[in-house]
Design a protein around this ligand. Structure first.
Ligand code: FEO
Length: 164
């Protein structure tokens, strides 16, 4: 049977995963509004994954004879300054989730909860992938932004050209 501290920590994690889902759904809506269906699709897929993550904790608590307790989900942001800002926020958010998963793993070690350790290893691997994907998108967007700046610089230079 799952102990109380692990159960409480996993119930908190359900809330964090559902908040992630809500945040990504809000980002998907932002991209739809900006006519960027590809980015919106990326966020919708992320959103569905976060619900699956929440359900993994939900089912694990139940399988171990614990009690699932759902809490209020905070409202996510609805506006961002740019696509890059959204991607950077995804990357920062995933880093926070990773820290939270690692804290759960530390608790599982302390409590000698071996089934939780096995279950959490899946999440540890998953977070490596999630952070890598977000970092790649941030890097690509920065590259696009730099190229845009280079075009503007060239435009500026051409604008100064004498007509001879
Ligand atoms: Fe549930 Fe994106 O981590």
């Amino acid at each position: 049977m799952i102990n109380k501290s692990m159960q409480d920590a996993m119930n908190d994690q359900i809330n964090k995963e559902l908040y992630s889902s809500y945040l990504y759904l809000s980002m998907a809506a932002y991209f739809e509004d900006k006519n960027l269906p590809g980015f919106a699709r990326w966020m919708r897929i992320q959103e569905a994954e976060e619900r699956e993550h929440a359900m993994k904790f939900y089912d694990f608590i139940l399988e171990r004879g614990g009690k699932v307790t759902l809490k209020a989900i905070d409202a996510p942001k609805t506006e961002w300054k740019s696509t890059l800002e959204v991607a950077e926020e995804v990357a920062a958010h995933e880093a926070k989730v990773t820290a939270s998963i690692h804290a759960l793993y530390e608790l599982a070690l302390k409590e000698k909860d071996y089934p939780a350790q096995v279950m959490l290893q899946w999440f540890i691997t998953e977070q490596v992938e999630e952070e890598k994907n977000a970092a790649e998108i941030v890097a690509n967007l920065k590259l696009i932004e730099e190229r845009g700046t280079a075009v503007l610089m060239l435009d500026h230079r051409l604008g100064k050209r004498n007509g001879d």
